[in-house]
Design a protein around this ligand. Structure first.
Ligand SMILES: Cc1ncc(COP(=O)(O)O)c(C=O)c1O
Length: 390
């Protein structure tokens, strides 16, 4: 039986873009996977199929030991599907690494822990969900957890893992990636960096062994999909992660992959615009603090002066930052006084969000509000925040 296909791609194959071509991120995010489009549609079709028909020619059938069902060799969507492949190819090109996509950021962290299987985990301030996963591992398998204090880091040994988040949730302060990479590597340990808050930074440049992102945030960018990412420089590690993902059951869904592929086309544009606005707003609030008695502190990497911050972020600060106001009551009220900020958790979307953070994070101080800057006009956002704080 002849399979009836969507209009096949009978165009001349586009010249393959190589990451070594030094092509800019904005171009790669649109064209890096051109060669893998299966049909001539400019926007690749949404595939919702969970399963794929085998070849109708019995002579071409292979056994399970001959096919892995990964990549474009599709068998079943938990293993791999076309839009997931397009997403991995594109993100791999723009991050100059091997990308593995997951159904959420925490799915990615869980997969990193399963793959690296550390003897001890050194973890400090980080997304509360990553602590939650580490706690499950401690409860079930006795994983030893230590902090990032100098005292604790003296105990690092081969086979251990340091996990840092930089800039860190919720206040967007940066940690020195190179310092932690050196500490880990001196002892044969590894460094995992959660780069969610600065999606354009390259932690590999400073020695990270693996990078994770909640792609729900800036890669997705529209508050309409959940996804996670692990990045590695090693093709073998990518393969091992993809094989583990089959049994962890955490591949990205087909529909989410289509949405994410759409989002990638505006990735750099969005992040740069949101980052520029966040820096302007954070600095403006910091300068106006004296005239705004309810505003006690502004936390953002653009207000840090250490040399490593400039080296890591290259002027593209996190589009998310936080403020501390004078009381829990002010923090509870402030979101209701704003016109252009939705009161909601999460970050990275086109619309600005503010969150009284202790509503979703038990470790947050009572006066902390986290602000995710969207794509609205920056003067409108400043006017809105200042009026509410006044
Ligand atoms: C820094 C950071 N890492 C990881 C996660 C988890 O990502 P997800 O919600 O996609 O599982 C989040 C979510 O807010 C986050 O902010």
């Amino acid at each position: 039986m002849q399979l009836i296909r969507a209009k096949p791609c009978n165009l001349e194959p586009l010249n393959k873009i190589k990451t070594s071509d030094m092509v800019a991120i904005s171009t790669l995010s649109i064209h890096a996977a051109d060669e893998s489009h299966r049909v001539s549609d400019v926007t690749p079709p949404i595939n919702i199929s969970t399963t794929y028909r085998y070849d109708s020619d019995p002579a071409k059938l292979k056994t399970a030991s001959e096919i892995d069902g990964l990549g474009d060799d599709v068998v079943y969507s938990r293993l791999s599907h076309h839009n997931g492949v397009l997403v991995e190819e594109t993100i791999g090109a723009i991050t100059k690494s091997e990308a593995v996509i997951y159904s959420s950021g925490l799915g990615a962290f869980n997969a990193a822990m399963a793959h690296l299987n550390p003897k001890k985990l050194f973890i400090g301030q980080a997304y509360h969900g990553c602590h939650g996963i580490a706690d499950i591992m401690t409860r079930n398998y006795g994983l030893k957890q230590l902090s990032l204090s100098e005292e604790d880091l003296k105990l690092i040994e081969e086979g251990d893992l340091i996990h840092i988040e930089t800039p860190v949730n919720p206040n967007s302060w940066c940690f020195d990636i190179q310092k932690f990479a050196d500490l880990a590597h001196e002892k044969g340990a590894k460094l995992l960096v959660d780069s969610t808050f600065a999606p354009l930074q390259d932690p590999f440049e400073f020695g990270a062994d693996m990078v994770m992102h909640s792609a729900t945030k800036y890669f997705g960018g529209h508050s309409d999909l959940l996804a996670g990412l692990l990045l590695t420089k090693d093709k073998e590690v990518k393969k091992a992660l993809q094989l583990d993902r089959v049994y962890l059951g955490t591949n990205i869904g087909n529909l989410e992959a289509s949405l994410l592929f759409r989002s990638l086309k505006t990735f750099e544009l969005r992040v740069k615009a949101q980052s520029a606005s966040a820096e302007i707003i954070a600095k403006h609030l910091q300068e106006k603090k004296e005239s705004l008695p309810k505003l006690l502190e502004v936390h953002h990497s653009s207000l840090q002066s250490e040399a490593f911050v400039a080296a890591q972020l290259k002027g593209i600060h996190s589009p998310t930052f936080s403020i501390i106001v004078d009381s829990a009551e002010t923090a509870r009220l402030l979101p209701s006084k704003l016109k252009y900020f939705y009161h909601a958790t999460s970050l990275g979307g086109a619309e600005s969000l503010i969150e009284w953070r202790c509503m979703s994070d038990v470790t947050a101080p009572p006066g902390l509000l986290r602000i995710s800057v969207g794509l609205e006009n920056v003067d409108d956002l400043i006017g809105d925040l200042v009026t509410a704080l006044e």
